[in-house]
Design a protein around this ligand. Sequence first.
Ligand SMILES: CC(C)(COP(=O)(O)OP(=O)(O)OC[C@H]1O[C@@H](n2cnc3c(N)ncnc32)[C@H](O)[C@@H]1OP(=O)(O)O)[C@@H](O)C(=O)NCCC(=O)NCCS
Length: 169
Amino acid sequence: MVRFKIASEDELRVLSRNLLRLMQDKSSQVYRDNVVKFGIPDDYVQKAFSEGSFLNAVRERESIIYLATENDDIRGFAQTYPQSDTTAELDRIIILPDYIRKGVGTALLNAALEDQKTRGFRKIIVNAGSGESHARRFYEKNGFKQLSETEVDAPWGGKISLVTYERDL
Ligand SMILES: CC(C)(COP(=O)(O)OP(=O)(O)OC[C@H]1O[C@@H](n2cnc3c(N)ncnc32)[C@H](O)[C@@H]1OP(=O)(O)O)[C@@H](O)C(=O)NCCC(=O)NCCS
């Protein structure tokens, strides 16, 4: 049975290790879909999934990282940041490749949003790459409404087109 919880610091270390291990297989679908497709440099990927980045987000930036676990093994995570007193951002949600398309993402999203609501947030926003059709379908199926589409500077350089969605809590 899949369970949902807020990650402890020890669990964030395990999560980071699992994600970095996953990203070592550069021929994998997950690497091609999420890294190669966007031209993201390796050192950016390493940093985005590093233990330090997860711990810093939680300790210094009020980020909350929700885990989906089964028999204590991590199946996926969702990460939020506050944007204002009433709006939070879903920064990323990732289900490990062996467990996608089984409803875990939807259940994790709902658990995270329920918790965000109890913290006083009334709205959640999320950005997806314009060409990320699977992520966009996931958000749309889960009640997010498109707000805007903009071209922004990618943190790793160059430009990317982003669609911003919002959902009331
Ligand atoms: C996007 C993601 C979080 C969805 O989680 P999931 O557990 O696979 O999704 P669910 O099983 O709950 O799917 C719910 C709905 O989302 C949509 N969806 C999910 N994955 C999809 C895909 N690959 N292609 C098209 N639609 C998809 C479908 O409408 C699906 O409903 P259905 O299966 O009844 O058709 C997961 O696929 C993932 O981690 N992908 C890689 C990382 C990523 O792109 N994250 C999002 C940006 S940070």
